[in-house]
Design a protein around this ligand. Sequence first.
Ligand code: 13P
Length: 260
Amino acid sequence: MARPQPLVAGNWKMNGMLADLAEIEAVRDAVDAGGGGGAEVLICPPATLIVAAAKLVQGSRLKIGGQTCRSEISGAHTGDVSAAMLKDAGATYVILGHSERRASYGETNAAVRARAISALDLGMSAIICVGETKAEREAGRATSIVGRQLLGSVPAHPDPSRLVIAYEPVWAIGTGLTPTNADVAAMHRFIRGEIERLVPAGGSDVRLLYGGSVRPRNAAELMAIADVDGGLIGGASLDVDDFMAIAGVYREDVKAAASA
Ligand code: 13P
């Protein structure tokens, strides 16, 4: 059965000044020259750059997304942005429930679900992040934690083509550490099963990304794992060459061979 188009997404986190729009132009040109292979390529810069970045990618295959949003459309929420504002600025995706936001702002599964609903209702795509801490993995609780996050944060009846799940083990983010390929495979198999249960109409087509210390040196083996439909890239997305090296792993022939 044909798999959905993979997605390679760069999460710039709190990095990026106006001068760094040149990086987005460079990625845009590389993607439009075929550098992303068979993958859809997305950059999520800080909110301050979205308007300008979205203008730069008009007519390009490169997409622009936000890094979070609130569920309300507008209101007295100092410092926050809504999905409607992200869409208005030109974003077509939004990352939700990243572990850094769950940790720093106490974002709950219920809040993540409400935000995902607001983004999906506006026709945007939502990337919901899940993942266990080191202590939870060592206690043998990784799947139960991820299962609970999925149950609590995935909306009912989403459009499967616009829902993305990113498995990001907290201990692998920015550390240079990654789970073994077997552990990634086992977790993605578990997530696929849960998503097929939670989204009976099309759960097998929801893209599942792996994130956490993806680098050019390990991208090919991580992305070849069954049920890994792309990556959510932090640090390595800040370097055009590294990011394009990772995105380029998804040449259609390579993925076809991997899933044959
Ligand atoms: P790193 O790729 O820097 O480990 O970050 C992963 C991440 O948090 C992407 O959302």
